[in-house]
Write a protein that binds this ligand. Sequence first.
Ligand SMILES: Cc1ncc(COP(=O)(O)O)c(C=O)c1O
Length: 276
Amino acid sequence: MTVTNNSGGGQPVSMQNMKQVKMLCEKYNTLLVLDCCRIAENSWFIKHREKGYERKTYYQIAQEMFRYADAAVMSAKKDGLVNMGGFLTLKDQKLAEECQNLLIITEGFTTYGGLSGRDMEALAVGLEEVFDKDYLQYRIRSTAFLGEHLDKIGIPVLKPFGGHAIYVDAKRMYEHIPPHEFPGQALVCDLYVYGGIRAVEIGSLMFGKTLKGKFVPAHWELVRLAIPRRVYTQSHVEYIVEVFEEVKKQVKKSKGFKILYEPPFLRRFTCKLQRL
Ligand SMILES: Cc1ncc(COP(=O)(O)O)c(C=O)c1O
């Protein structure tokens, strides 16, 4: 279970949802692994949207969610508030020992797991600070600020806004580019060419398939504008909005892509594209 939902608009996962998944996993005797990389942001949404959690702290909400999981992985670049690092944690001691042994022969001894001491200290502090209510309020609000301003200038954004990113509906913005020519990728490249802004396509380049010679598009053609934590000021965000205004003026002239090369798996990371 990934909290929040990174490929589905950055939407939160409710505690009710987590409990139901836990019940399902128990029924089928399956480990429930939490990808907790945005657990603090997810806790913010639960406190403000889910009945019964209004009086709990963000920290308590996260603790409850961890209780339903058998294991958790975290890419700490997200809610660990650090540049690098992460962890795997397991309740089952035997499984944990097996992972520790693997860790020693691959990444490093269990006390550091391939991370430098400095990074681990920063992570320990980051995991505390990320639950600060003022920090979380600012984080969620500043993401929404971008969403609201893009919405105001007529960019089709997914609503309600997620915590870590704003998702643009590229199918609506680039109506003239069919899914097999990757409208999301057209927006990603336009943003970079006009304004040096990096985004990621979450659409048919990422999830589309060719089955028996026939193209099967993804359900959505989204572009994710993920916002690094504690990096940007309001004027940076205003700059993004200005770049979108420029991109919007030229949108009809923009063309799609064809794939020149794709690897057998995870093509989105290393494929080569050519503009049509
Ligand atoms: C939900 C989620 N899990 C895991 C990862 C992987 O992170 P890393 O690149 O640190 O391995 C990401 C990266 O974006 C993510 O969004």
